[in-house]
Design a protein. Structure first.
Length: 184
């Protein structure tokens, strides 16, 4: 008899929890592909952690506009769509840094077809994941402390990755200025 009461209590708690979470936007599963198994268990798709070529395009092109560091953009190139790759060179010519000269060599800093094609051939065997984006954004933040460089990566990062980037930003800028929760 105690088992029936426990099951009823758990069912009531589950119903209340599901109802309550539907009232709060921005829950952590909002854009996560899910399915319900035959037993009624919610399963989050492993694919939800993969970054699509269109998403890689967005991040690479946004970064191209903001920075002259080829290595940071090249990170995305193997994962980009062919259409996105074709936009890289024209985007680099219109970017904020177009025409800047390297302080050590005096040469104009620019992307080239040769660099883009070489990066494209370096396609790894696995897909780009949120964890990869987390690490890349943290490297960029540690190097520059510039929020605008990583801002387009935030929608594709995990909460843990966003927290790490915000902590790094706040340390570089002498105090707590950003809150990770504002970017979930």
């Amino acid at each position: 008899m105690g088992s029936k009461h426990l099951k009823k209590s758990l069912l009531i708690i589950l119903i209340i929890s599901i109802t309550a979470t539907s009232f709060f936007p921005g829950n952590c599963f909002a854009d996560t592909p899910m399915r319900v198994s035959a037993k009624g268990n919610v399963q989050i798709s492993a694919d939800s952690k993969k970054i699509t070529p269109a998403q890689a395009d967005k991040m690479a092109l946004a970064l191209t506009n903001k920075t002259w560091v080829w290595e940071w953009v090249a990170f995305f190139v193997p994962y980009m769509s062919p259409k996105g790759v074709k936009k890289l060179l024209p985007a680099s010519k219109k970017s904020e840094w177009a025409g800047v000269r390297d302080m050590t060599t005096g040469k104009k800093i620019k992307f080239t077809k040769k660099k883009i094609n070489a990066a494209r051939k370096m396609k790894p065997s696995r897909s780009l994941t949120r964890k990869d984006i987390d690490g890349h954004a943290l490297i960029i933040m540690q190097s520059t402390g510039n929020w605008s460089y990583i801002s387009k990566m935030l929608p594709y990062m995990s909460h843990k990755g966003i927290r790490a980037v915000v902590r790094c930003y706040n340390k570089k800028h002498g105090g707590k200025r950003k809150r990770a929760e504002d970017y979930f």
